[in-house]
Design a protein around this ligand. Structure first.
Ligand code: GDP
Length: 342
């Protein structure tokens, strides 16, 4: 991996980093995702957030807008951030070992009231094994007794408004959790106190209910990615694409839901999909994404595209062998391995 002191060759040539959310059940993964997605959506498309196939896309302008209270002057060089919608999707857990990384970084969610739980440790081991960088969302801070909610505020601002008692409980729980991480061989620290980023993992306190800390989480993810993953995030002509699901959709025949990790796809491109019975050569009949406006999204209608650039969640309509069509939904964790223009 290229490190931060390497100059950015071409600032415009970075793709969006892809982020997954992991952690123990009930820590608030789904809620946090909803919170990240939900803010500003009422203000319509100004937010620019788009729901994609299996993922949500946040344009850089949206992240800048939501984090302006943090007064981060640093430039955002990536076009945005793609967050995978299904916490703990099997594609994440299975595919890295085949050399096709779906996620560039992850959010590990820990419940501040419960500390480390069995699946936290499982997730931690997966992340270590796959060498995936992550930060910790210490969620449910609003459950600290007497917490004064401070909607969607940066965590520093929210913390400054709390009483002494809340701070005592916060610090006690935080210290316990840092100790628990240490027992797992990991140094962790509140991100704004972290002097050894890279060696020491960042903790961002959050509430998925009232949104405190969510701006910090977004900004840290993007800044961390563009600081430490320049090589990985450099846009390539070589297509890297991960299949989430294969299913039959009325009016489109067999469709392959994918996350396009890098490169560009065109309508008519020939693709090779690794099926369970061996490679399948086919071509892209249609490149589909949901409509950008939530309200207009009617089930079964999609936008057609001539070409799509990474990173995005896409539905590909393509002719595939009969055996795939037998079942309504075939979950095949496979990779689109090779592509060329017809
Ligand atoms: P998941 O299993 O990790 O996806 O957890 P969910 O997102 O389904 O959340 C589990 C429960 O915790 C739900 O009842 C949520 O409403 C609640 N929850 C999640 N995040 C928070 C939070 O930040 N504060 C509070 N008070 N409750 C939360």
């Amino acid at each position: 991996e290229v490190t931060d002191d390497q100059p950015v060759q071409n600032e415009q040539n970075l793709r969006s980093p892809i982020c997954c959310i992991m952690g123990h059940v009930d820590t608030g993964k789904t809620k946090l995702l909803g919170c990240i997605r939900g803010t500003n959506v009422q203000e319509g498309e100004a937010g620019g957030i788009t729901q994609q196939i299996g993922a949500t896309y946040f344009p850089a302008e949206n992240i800048r807008e939501r984090t302006k209270e943090l007064k981060a002057d640093a430039k955002l060089n990536v076009p945005g951030l793609l967050v995978i919608d299904t916490p703990g999707h099997e594609s994440f857990t299975n595919l890295r070992s085949r050399g096709s990384g779906l996620c560039d970084l992850a959010i590990l969610v820990v419940d501040i009231m419960h500390g480390l739980e069995p699946q936290t440790i499982e997730s931690l081991n997966l992340l270590k094994m796959r060498n995936t960088d992550f930060l910790i969302a210490l969620n449910k801070v609003d459950r600290l007794y007497g917490w004064k909610s401070c909607r969607n505020a940066p965590i520093g601002k929210a913390i400054r408004q709390q009483s002494k008692d809340v701070m005592i409980e916060f610090n006690m729980r935080l210290t316990q959790i840092i100790t628990q991480f240490k027992e797992q061989g990991l140094n962790t620290e509140l991100y704004y106190k972290n002097k050894e980023m890279g060696e020491t993992y960042n903790i961002v306190p959050t509430s998925a209910i009232s949104g405190e800390g969510v701006p910090d989480l977004l900004l840290l993810l993007v800044q961390w990615a563009q600081k430490t993953m320049i090589k990985r995030l450099t846009y390539s002509e070589e297509v890297q694409c991960t299949v989430l699901e294969v299913k039959v959709v009325e009016g489109h025949g067999t469709t392959i839901d994918v996350v396009l990790v890098n490169g560009v796809l065109h309508e008519g491109d020939q693709i090779v999909v690794c099926g369970m019975q061996g490679p399948v050569v086919t071509s892209i009949r249609a490149l589909l994404t949901p409509h950008p406006m939530r309200e207009l999204r009617v089930k079964g209608t999609y936008l057609h595209h001539k070409e799509i650039k990474a990173a995005q969640g896409i539905k590909i309509a393509a002719q595939v062998p009969v055996q795939w069509k037998k079942t309504e939904t075939t979950k095949i964790p496979i990779t689109l391995q090779h592509m060329r223009k017809k």
